[in-house]
Design a protein around this ligand. Structure first.
Ligand SMILES: NC(=O)c1ccc[n+]([C@@H]2O[C@H](COP(=O)([O-])OP(=O)(O)OC[C@H]3O[C@@H](n4cnc5c(N)ncnc54)[C@H](O)[C@@H]3O)[C@@H](O)[C@H]2O)c1
Ligand SMILES: [Zn+2]
Ligand SMILES: [Zn+2]
Length: 344
């Protein structure tokens, strides 16, 4: 089958690989119908993900059809339409029992990082009952493409902010993850959302999709001042950092009010500085990390009930045959590209 492999050389290449087979009785093999490229895939290709294995098939964001299941898989059967979770988790270990599925003792971010992922015609999904979510008839592959990764990340970023009634949430970065954070924060009760991005096109999308109330471009505006003005001088009640740029961690703690939660969803390519003496007394809570993508069933339900729609994120389409080109195009962010749907 055709597979996009992250080679020893650090390059990506579309090659032929054998079809995946069940390796455990909790596995499923899934025919990939639609997949997408995540910014985290680019972090791997650029060599900034030390835990990524070379010579694996990339990709962890997809929807597809179950082809075969192991004997211990309880909730799925061949023919089921599913969306995938970017995390692999057993559901039983100390961390899984507490909802911290990203740190599952038997998994974590495996697909397309440690084991073969979805940028291929077929993929083996370990712990299929937790790694795949069945789709109702009124949810298409396209509707569900982002459930297990960027939508989960945005939902989780908003959740760890512990949003309370009346809260003003600042979201740094109006990329796919930031936009998903905004729609999640709104559903979780944020009173006002401030979208911050240096890319006007992306701020326009946040405006067009009615995902935020205020729109700030740090290249043109004084972000700290505007946020202070919006909050009687306090600062944002919560900040979701979904940009991951050189200066956005600093911006995040600067625009947060004392005692705020700063949720760092972005994945940095470099260490960040936390100037504790300078921020002494501000009493911030920082939460960071890889998404605990344990709400896929709830998110699919919200999509099925028309309360969430992420279709607007798909701005471009490619065929699996052209995926190397698609990676280049996605990285260029040209032509207003937000997310690419790759059809098999
Ligand atoms: N925590 C997780 O589990 C998880 C999951 C998926 C993605 N991610 C990470 O989340 C981040 C965002 O992903 P994405 O796909 O939306 O990426 P993206 O690159 O498309 O979006 C980032 C946005 O930040 C904006 N930006 C850049 N510099 C800025 C600045 N100085 N001020 C304000 N905005 C600025 C960019 O214009 C862009 O719109 C990435 O680092 C990605 O790896 C994390
Ligand atoms: Zn991802
Ligand atoms: Zn576990």
């Amino acid at each position: 089958m055709k597979s996009l492999v992250y080679k020893d050389t650090g390059k990506i290449e579309l090659v032929e690989k054998p079809m995946p087979v069940l390796q455990s009785d909790r596995d499923a093999v899934v025919k990939v119908e639609l997949s997408s490229i995540c910014t985290s895939d680019l972090h791997i290709v650029r060599g900034f993900v030390p835990r990524a294995n070379k010579n694996i098939v990339l990709g962890h964001e997809f929807a597809g059809t179950v082809v075969s299941v192991g004997a211990a898989v309880k909730n799925l059967k061949p023919g089921d339409r599913v969306s995938a979770n970017c995390e692999t988790f057993c559901g039983e270990c100390w961390f899984c029992q507490r909802g911290f599925v990203n740190n599952c003792e038997n998994g974590g971010w495996e697909l397309g990082c440690r084991i073969d992922g979805c940028h291929a015609q077929y993929v083996r999904v370990p712990y299929a009952d937790t790694g795949l979510t069945k789709l109702p008839d009124n949810v298409s592959f396209e509707n569900a493409l982002f459930v297990g990764d960027i939508l989960s990340s945005g939902w989780w970023g908003a959740e760890i902010c512990e949003i309370k009634d009346g809260d003003i949430i600042a979201v740094i970065g109006a990329g796919p993850v930031g936009l998903c954070s905004m729609l999640s924060a709104k559903l979780q009760g944020a009173s006002k959302i401030v979208a911050i991005d240096i890319d006007e096109t992306r701020l326009e999308i946040a405006k067009r999709e009615n995902l935020a109330d205020y729109f700030i471009n740090p290249l043109k505006d004084d972000v700290c001042k505007i946020i202070k003005d919006l909050t009687q001088g306090r600062g944002a009640d919560c900040v979701i950092e979904a940009a991951g740029a050189k200066n956005t961690f600093e911006l995040a703690y600067k625009i947060a009010r004392p005692n705020a939660i700063v949720a760092v969803v972005a994945m940095y390519e470099e260490n960040q500085i936390l100037p504790l003496p300078e921020m002494y007394g501000k009493n911030l809570t920082f939460k960071t990390g890889g998404v605990d993508a344990s709400k896929c069933r709830e998110l699919v339900k919200l999509i099925s009930e028309n309360k969430i729609n992420t279709d607007f994120l798909i701005t471009h389409r490619y065929k699996l045959d052209d995926i190397v080109e698609a990676y280049k195009f996605f990285e260029s962010k040209s032509d207003g590209c937000l997310k690419i749907a790759i059809k098999n």
